[in-house]
Design a protein around this ligand. Structure first.
Ligand code: AMP
Ligand code: ZN
Ligand code: FE
Ligand code: FE
Length: 292
């Protein structure tokens, strides 16, 4: 099912395969008219994304980011929308996170060497391009070196949280990230919460984050089936969160990957997100007809 909105996507500035311009052109072809670029811990793709969005006239781009955080045993990702991405303090904070990503990726490459599955650091860097280096880039290097057949096999055998080459990276706590996003005027949304729900850690986290000022939760996400969507919608309602969503498009393939806009996100919660942004005075940080 196609939605005219998609609030979660990645470009070459993190671990997506498409440049911001190609990503937005693809989304536009798919019928998307309101989109957020939410690269991991980096905002450097936004100028190109705004240029590309501007070329369409009928396309609204929301400046966004996805930040990784930690709770014991699980990853928690938070999306920030309508952030003041030019804020100096915020950008310095992101620069420190990039440095820590680099150090951590080098350690994973060392572990792979010890495991007899060497990949050249230069190849990891090449796959990362101008972007924030992450596990998907190491996975691509593993595929290229012939150690695994696919990116998902690279995760299954080596790079998942429980994999032998995994290294933790410096992360902020979820509440700290919500506070950081709010400090730059953003609206914060909990991303892909199914794993957390299955682990039983979603409700206490929502209680904590709703208190810290969380706005939404991703309910319409990739291949989440109707019964999952229903469960998450109910939970969102209980914590007074907007039921939002996105494709989390990376362009890397994989069975659960959805094209931009290929999620059953309805416009009603998106309109409510836009209204909230308007009342906070940050709607103008997006560009395009919906930001007027
Ligand atoms: P990092 O931020 O370096 O820890 O990498 C996290 C990214 O790796 C996620 O955003 C996904 O894009 C990707 N990822 C995580 N698990 C898998 C998996 N099992 N298969 C493919 N990609 C994955
Ligand atoms: Zn990613
Ligand atoms: Fe994520
Ligand atoms: Fe993502």
């Amino acid at each position: 099912m196609g939605s005219p909105a998609d609030l979660h996507s990645h470009s070459t500035f993190s671990d997506g395969r498409l440049t911001p311009a190609d990503l937005i052109d693809l989304a536009h072809r798919n019928g998307v008219r309101i989109m957020a670029l939410t690269d991991h811990d980096i905002v450097d793709g936004l100028p190109q994304a705004f240029d590309a969005a501007g070329r369409h006239g009928d396309f609204t781009l929301i400046p966004g980011i996805e930040m990784s955080t930690d709770v014991p045993g699980n990853e928690v990702h938070l999306l920030g929308h309508f952030i003041d991405w030019q804020d100096e303090t915020f950008r310095e904070r992101l620069a420190r996170l990039q440095e820590s990503r680099l150090g951590r990726a080098r350690k994973m490459v060392e572990k792979l060497q010890e495991l007899g599955k060497p990949v050249a650091w230069e190849r990891v860097e090449a796959f990362a391009g101008e972007g924030a280096v992450g596990r998907p880039h190491i996975a691509l290097a593993l595929v290229e070196a012939g150690h695994v057949a696919s990116v998902s096999q690279a995760f299954d055998l080596y790079l998942s949280r429980t994999g032998p080459a995994y290294v933790e990276r410096d992360r902020l706590a979820p509440k700290e990230v919500v506070e950081l996003l709010l400090s730059v005027g953003g609206l914060a949304t909990l991303a892909h919460p199914r794993d957390l729900r299955e682990a039983g850690s979603l409700e206490p986290l929502l209680a904590e984050l709703a208190d810290a000022g969380l706005t939404g939760m991703e309910v319409y996400y990739q291949d989440y089936p109707p019964e999952e969507i229903e469960r998450l919608r109910t939970l969102a309602g209980r914590f007074a969160l907007l039921p939002l969503g996105g494709s989390d498009f990376h362009g890397l393939g994989g069975p659960q990957q959805r094209e931009p806009g290929n999620i059953p996100l309805t416009m009603e919660p998106v309109e409510r997100l836009l209204s909230l942004a308007r009342s906070k005075g940050v709607l103008g940080r997006a560009r395009g007809p919906a930001a007027k």
